[in-house]
Design a protein around this ligand. Structure first.
Ligand SMILES: [Zn+2]
Length: 372
């Protein structure tokens, strides 16, 4: 089985496809549940599967520090360790080094930093990041890049993007090709059209199995993010998957699919699930709110998840008020199921040629929470 992507249908710029990998197929558009440290927080692997998820994400930074990439490899790889035989995408570690690690120092070779856990010193290079992701047995390996700060001047963004381009080349050289495994390049360039074009052109020459759009959802706002997607997506090969990193809200997902994105990841549904926020077809609810104390209805009557078919809003409200572990478990389960269904129904709509109507109807549903 070679790593490949079939584009099965298009509605405007929105795409429906099928990604084929060594660890199984992934219908797109798809949302990847974030399994930071080898676990989707509060979820068993069976529970993740029950949400409809086909691919999960693991974080190189967390796993390299604890339990360590070599140890994960000795334990049979990340698939075996976390009971997830399906596809896994791992990030390069770069983004989290920049956001979590202490005493970072960046130079041409890579980034030197101290662990936020025990203060130990590490040097992450493109070559080491590829080695770690190989040891983890990532189905999809991401190149090491530098996520440019926002806002950045054109000069700063250009300098950073060109460093990322050199690292992408080194990452490509260090990637060990295996049947059914792929590597994605990451388009940078901040909010500058010419830089996005330069980045995409350089990455296309390296002929990656897929392309990510990086450096968005970092504070530029939805309007600017969409403007950058409108510029960047058409620069990418049509026959390869496109991944928008770290996005986003249900509304961001709908709008980004409309602009040609196939894959997403975000901590939003899992993090919100642990903090009593539920995404539903009627909008976002805070389950701690007193108005749910006697509400005997399901969280979302349109949802087939265990949380919605067996329990009530009043029970969820009680669990969060009583700080019971089951509250975050049930709501994470629901939120991930909601995100999966949003993408699955979107895929059906794209194939039927009515994606715009689907988005309009979905957004109209979200308005109900604001008025009800
Ligand atoms: Zn549900």
């Amino acid at each position: 089985m070679s790593f490949s992507f079939d584009l099965l249908g298009q509605d405007g710029a929105a795409r429906a496809g099928m990604l084929h990998t060594a660890h199984g197929d992934v219908p797109t558009p798809t949302f990847m549940a974030v399994g930071t440290a080898g676990t989707v927080k509060a979820m068993t692997a069976d529970a993740v599967r029950a949400t409809g998820a086909k691919i999960v994400l693991g974080n190189t930074y967390h796993l390299m520090l604890r339990p360590g990439a070599e140890r994960v490899a000795r334990l049979g790889g990340l698939h075996k360790m976390m009971d997830w035989p399906g596809p896994i995408l791992t990030d390069s570690g770069g983004f989290q080094v920049m956001s979590l690690a202490k005493l970072r120092k960046m130079d041409e070779t890579g980034v030197t930093f101290r662990s936020h856990i025990d203060g130990s010193a590490h040097h992450l290079t493109p070559e080491r990041s590829m080695e770690i992701q190989y040891l983890l047995d990532a189905t999809i390996t991401m190149v090491l890049d530098e996520c440019t700060k926002f806002p950045a001047t054109h000069e700063e963004a250009a300098k950073s993007m060109r460093l990322s381009t050199r690292w992408a080349k080194r990452s490509r050289d260090a990637f060990v090709a295996r049947d059914g495994y792929g590597q994605f390049g990451i388009v940078q360039g901040n909010v500058y059209k010419d830089l996005r074009e330069e980045s995409a052109a350089a990455l296309r020459e390296l002929n990656f199995e897929g392309y990510a759009i990086g450096g968005l959802a970092v504070g530029e706002g939805q309007e600017m993010m969409y403007a950058m997607l409108d510029i960047t997506a058409p620069l990418l090969p049509t026959g390869k998957p496109r991944y928008l990193m770290g996005v986003g809200t249900p509304d961001d997902l709908l709008g980004s699919v409309a602009r040609g994105v196939d894959m997403f990841d975000c901590v939003m549904p899992t993090r919100a699930g642990r903090t009593a926020r539920g995404f539903t077809s009627h909008g976002v609810f805070n389950l701690r709110n007193a108005r749910f104390i006697d509400d005997g209805t399901p969280l979302d009557e349109n949802c087939g998840c265990l949380c919605c078919t067996r329990h009530t809003r009043a029970y969820l409200h009680h669990l969060f008020r009583a700080q019971e572990i089951l509250g975050p478990m049930l709501l994470t389960m629901h939120n991930l199921t909601y995100y999966q269904r949003l993408m699955q129904d979107g895929r059906v709509a794209i194939l039927a040629g009515n994606y715009d109507e689907y988005c309009q109807a979905t957004r109209a549903g979200w308005e109900e929470a604001k008025h009800g």
